[in-house]
Structure formats: C-alpha cells, structure tokens
Design a protein around this ligand. Sequence first.
Ligand SMILES: Nc1ncnc2c1ncn2[C@@H]1O[C@H](COP(=O)(O)OP(=O)(O)OP(=O)(O)O)[C@@H](O)[C@H]1O
Ligand SMILES: [Mg+2]
Length: 258
Amino acid sequence: MGRHSDDRAPTDGAPRDDRPVIAHARALVKTYGTGDTTVRALAGIDVDFVRGELTAIMGPSGSGKSTLMHCMAGLDDATSGTVVVDGEDVSGMSERQRTRLRRTRLGFVFQAYNLVPTLTAAENITLPLDIARRAVDRDHFDAVVDAVGLRDRLHHRPNELSGGQQQRVACARALVSRPAVVFADEPTGNLDSRSSGEVLAFLRRSVDDLGQSVVMVTHDPSAAAVAHRVVFLADGRLVGELAHPTADTILDALRELG
Ligand SMILES: Nc1ncnc2c1ncn2[C@@H]1O[C@H](COP(=O)(O)OP(=O)(O)OP(=O)(O)O)[C@@H](O)[C@H]1O
Ligand SMILES: [Mg+2]
C-alpha cells in the first residue's frame, strides 16, 4: 500500500510471521441466488485472524464484509471453502452445531445494539450465560464492567442509557463469556464520534487487557486505526492488508484501492 510497502504482506491474507491464528478461511465462496440472479458475495477468500489482536475489515458497500463475518461466525453457511474457528471446522458443522458454537465460543456486536428493553444493563450483560445456564464468573464480570466504564449504570434499562452506553453494554455482553472471538459488524455505525471513541477504546482494551481476539467490520478509517491490522475487501476478494494502521495510511490504502 504505497509508501507503507514494508507493512504489506503478500495478499494471501496471512499475517507476516508465526503469530497464532484464532480463526481462518480458505477458498471461501458464498453465492446467493441461482441462475441469472446469482450474486457472488465471496469469490474465494483466504484470510487469517490472529489470536489476541483486533483486526478490522474494510471495503466498499457490497464488497462482502458482512458476508465474510457471517460465514466465519457460523451465522451463515458458505457455498464452498473452509472456515476454522478456535480449532473447530465450522464449514463442516450442522446448523445445530453452529448454534452451539455461537452460544458457547463466540461473541457478537451489531450496529443495532439488540438489547432486551425490559432488562437492566447487568441483566443484559449476563443474558447469554443465563440462557446457556452457565455460571457468571463474578471477577470477570467486574473486570468487563470496569473496562466498559458502566459500573454506575448497571441497574438502568436500555432506554435510560445513551447510544454509546447501550453499545458498551452490548460489548460487555459479547465479552462476559470469554469467547474465543468477538465479531463486531459496524459497532460504531450508529454512534457519534465521542461514543464511537468510547466503544473503540473498549474493544481495544478487551484485547490489550483481557486477551480477547476481535474482528470488526467498519467503514470509518479512524475506527479501523484502532486495530492491529486492517484487511481490505473488494468484490468479494481480499485485495490488501495493512499492519499498524493509522487513519492516514488507511486513507492512502483506500484511495489506492479505488
Ligand atoms: N441474503 C442475501 N441475498 C442475496 N444477496 C445478498 C444477501 N446478502 C448479501 N447479499 C449480496 O452480497 C453482496 C455482499 O453483501 P455484504 O452484506 O456482505 O456487503 P458489505 O460489504 O457488508 O456491505 P455494507 O458495507 O453495505 O454493509 C452484496 O452484493 C449483497 O447485495
Ligand atoms: Mg455489511
């Protein structure tokens, strides 16, 4: 990517050294529809996501970012290719096995916060564990709540929280079960710049302080700059990546990719 060619890996989606990979895809293809109306959302993607890193996925609207995330996270079934998450072959799983994987090993944050309006922040955060009838690790719950800075809002309902606070509750909910990977699709898409900053700082802290692995789709170069690495998609293909990104190098890369 231009003047930062030192940071450019061969565009095979692999990190440049032997860092441990928490999730990867090989030759991943996803098509929607049949015949004349076929859309090739993923046209053969090879990508590695590194354990203990925040990876951002960027690319134009329709380039396949959400599709990639959904196929990686077992929310959608790929047409062909392989997906492995935390040592499990997601591509070979039944719907039921994928549901179990999502419940027990993955965390999700979406653009719409998807909180339950009748539950308090604290109850929303522990809901996935309660549904799975798993015990809440109180020390970890406290660490997550302190990291999101929500200690004094725990007993409020979503309609008593700002958008940024609601999204931080959603982040805490994704993290409280210590998932192998957190997948976040435009987590700051509905937030103003200050709330975005808070959510991004938290996602990064979850990596630095709690050892989490996070994959985040974003359109915003300043959001992606919080990541350790950015991968770029275009037309369902991986077309570049950038290590140690800054908003400037990301903008350069986006310009170069057209
Ligand atoms: N359920 C579906 N049925 C048919 N086509 C779909 C479906 N979901 C996605 N697509 C198509 O697949 C392509 C990739 O979509 P995807 O949602 O992955 O893009 P994206 O990069 O996340 O875009 P955005 O930035 O707008 O969210 C698009 O052409 C889209 O129209
Ligand atoms: Mg999308």
